[in-house]
Design a protein. Sequence first.
Length: 395
Amino acid sequence: MGCNSLTSYYAPTKVTFGPGAENEIGKALKKEGATRVLVHYGSERIVKSGFLGKILSLIDAEGIYHVELGGVVPNPRLSLAKKGIELYKKENLDFILAIGGGSVIDSAKCIAYGTCYDGDVWDIYTKKHAPVKANPIGCILTMAAAGSEMSDSSVITNEDGNLKRGSNSDYVRLRFALENPELTMTLPPYQTSAAVVDIMMHTMERYFVKDTMPLTQEFAFSLCREVLKAGKAAIKTPDDYDARATIMWASSVSHNGFTALGNSTRGDWASHQIEHELSGMYDVAHGAGLAVIWPAWAKFVLPEMKDKIALFGYNVLGINPTDDKKADALKCIEKMEEFYKEIGMPVRISDMGINATDEELDTMAEKCSFFETRTVGDVVKLGKQEILEIYRLAR
């Protein structure tokens, strides 16, 4: 237990948290020196509810010019981000405000990259170009899940080939995040459940590495326990403020690097990488895809990871320890599947109404391995054939 590897933690985003946090938007933009803002959002729900109009009036009150670009969907599309890049340049804008959850923020980050790069922004996501700059971003968080509001991550789907790729750099860390848990109370139960899975997985990916610092490990266990409880509570009682607040803050903390500090690496990330191809091909909710992939991954890596899987089960799921770590680890996987089912999440690809063919599984494994040029995972390195076996276990 424990390690002496070099890790880092950097979280420059200013968070304003609590009821009415969104009302600070005008002041927050003014403080950042924003004068011409791209307001980026997703569904028409915030238009019809009047929420967008309220935010725009607060921006108007500060004399700040703005243009709007809506239409972001889950697994945000490269094509819309490119429209945002064109609009940003055409209107000579100087700030991007994302109103939404992880998909909107990731799309905003893609725009922030693309407006500072003369080439195709997709180059950044395929690692052909390393970003050296990005325009500033802030957000009003209306869905807590991806943690993009405090992370260095951005994931975009290229419709040409259904390729889902990510980029990480400090250039796209947000200047501010306004977080009001009340804004998430009207989310459909399925979205809340998918969010809970994603939040827990961001910490689980960082826990399932070779070595973890004891204090960081305890934070990880605590976060996962509390999100598990809050998720059940929020689904049962959607307007439970404490549950919604726990989920929202956990979203930010789980993916800002805090739960990896002092560990042997910044995370395993195999489950995420393998899921990206699943949601890229079938356009399923990322959290739902993770609920399908993690049990299959855990079963596959069990010989090398049984001790850590069992320990997670003891500390998060309340499993009573026995002398058989393998059996305890299998019990942990079983309990996680039970939890996913309880909150309405799938645990197999077929549960999502998808009849994945052998050819489709092979295609996803090929893409995930970057056409057999990389492996994914930390303790267990997974190439194309290992990834394919995990898809088969998940089917």
